[in-house]
Design a protein around this ligand. Structure first.
Ligand code: FEO
Length: 394
């Protein structure tokens, strides 16, 4: 994709990665992604906001050449992660007068990660500004969205916020701005769930901080720009602040059908009691979908057979992931089956220390579930429905 003008003197110069399917060797990218970089020309100075993933650095360099950029004064690195910083060394090589503008913490990280020489940096404090002549960059420290060094850049005269990962979405699209709201909402929620949710309370503070600014355009470093900022601000507010909903997420594995039978029974019992259930077979599920479901859920019920005295390894993986993502859950339970004994419940409980949840009575069946097991599942469904009602989860 060639450079695209956003406003006179402000250009999108990033790269679209249509074919990438995995991030951090962990996160599925069903819709690819983009690495957005923005060039801002002031009457006296020129700034580049973030760069691109090193695999696409030539696209960025070509875009700058295409625009005839002869010099860059500032390369603003809002975030040290390599999908935005990875092309900084090549930009510095091509533009030898350019300085990298960072938070003090980001400076140390970029020296560690990319071996950028110390003399190439300018560090900025919270709310500090740099003038480009007729345009002013203001830097807003916003740690933990989603690393400790992150900041946002606000272009005062144009009322544009460049928040890097914050408000972003992994979405490859030719749309410069959000045009398919449903698609972007889904991608942005997936992004929030996987990247931002572990820092929910800090996200709340950063959302409050952003409220002080008049914003006409949010230009994140992944996915399309928000020319109707209230769309994404409202969505983030809801994800970060809302109470959980009357939803059970049920990730499970079944090897020979016993656990699946219990899962099917419990799903039906919960639905009869007015509880929404989202069921995920971990053998085939996209973990991004699971993460998204966790944003709103009040309860998780994990379904597992017993394998070598513990939970099935796929279930252990999902439990560790949920523990890391720190969703705002209130209740958890475990259902499943065993052949001759085991410690699946104890082992799973030990894998989720970050989740401040009440554990509801697990239901474990010896072999295929029988009448007593189905009764226990009915009791579990009743307990969940009552707990949700007591807490006022709609
Ligand atoms: Fe898009 Fe945290 O990097």
């Amino acid at each position: 994709m060639k450079p695209r003008e956003i406003k006179p003197g402000i250009y999108w110069v990033g790269a679209i990665d249509w074919d990438r399917r995995l991030f951090d060797s962990l996160i599925p990218l069903p819709d690819g992604t983009s690495y957005n970089s923005y060039l801002i020309k002031g009457s006296e100075k020129t700034a580049l906001i973030d760069t691109v993933d090193p695999t696409m650095q030539d696209v960025l360099i070509n875009n700058l050449s295409e625009l005839g950029v002869k010099s860059i004064d500032y390369v603003v690195a809002n975030h040290a992660e390599q999908d935005h910083s990875g092309a900084i060394p090549q930009v510095l090589e091509k533009y030898p007068k350019a300085k990298v503008v960072v938070t003090p913490k980001c400076k140390g990280m970029l020296i560690d990660l990319l071996m950028i020489p110390e003399e190439r940096f300018i560090t900025v404090n919270d709310k500090e500004t740099i003038s480009l002549g007729d345009r002013t960059l203001e830097f807003i420290h916003a740690p933990w969205v989603h690393w400790p060094e992150t900041m946002l850049t606000y272009l005062r005269e144009d009322k544009i916020l460049f928040p890097c990962d914050f408000f972003g979405s992994h979405l490859a699209t030719t749309d410069l701005y959000v045009r398919d709201g449903g698609q972007v909402y889904e991608a942005a929620k997936r992004y929030y769930a996987e990247i931002m949710m572990p820092f929910r309370t800090i996200i709340q503070k950063n959302l409050e901080k952003v409220k002080d600014y008049a914003i006409e355009l949010i230009a994140p470093s992944h996915g399309p720009m928000h020319d109707r900022p209230e769309f994404i601000l409202k969505a983030y507010h809801s994800w970060a602040f809302d109470e959980p909903k009357n939803i059970v997420v049920l990730p499970y594995i079944s090897m020979h059908g016993s656990t699946r039978k219990m899962v099917e029974y419990l799903v039906g019992a919960l639905a009869e009691r007015g509880v929404t259930v989202k069921q995920f077979d971990l053998a085939v599920t996209d973990i991004g979908k699971l993460a998204m479901a966790l944003v709103d859920a009040a309860t998780v019920v994990i379904g597992t057979p017993t394998v070598l005295i513990g939970p099935h390894p796929n279930v252990a993986y999902a439990a560790i992931l949920a523990n890391a993502l720190r969703p705002n859950l209130k209740f958890i339970s475990i259902i499943g089956s065993y052949g001759w004994g085991g410690k699946a419940v104890e082992q799973l409980a030990a894998m989720i220390p970050n989740l401040k949840v009440e554990i509801l009575e697990p239901v474990l069946s010896k072999g295929f579930p029988k009448e007593a097991d189905f009764k226990a599942l009915d009791s579990l469904a009743t307990a969940i429905a009552e707990k949700h009602k007591e807490e006022g989860f709609a």
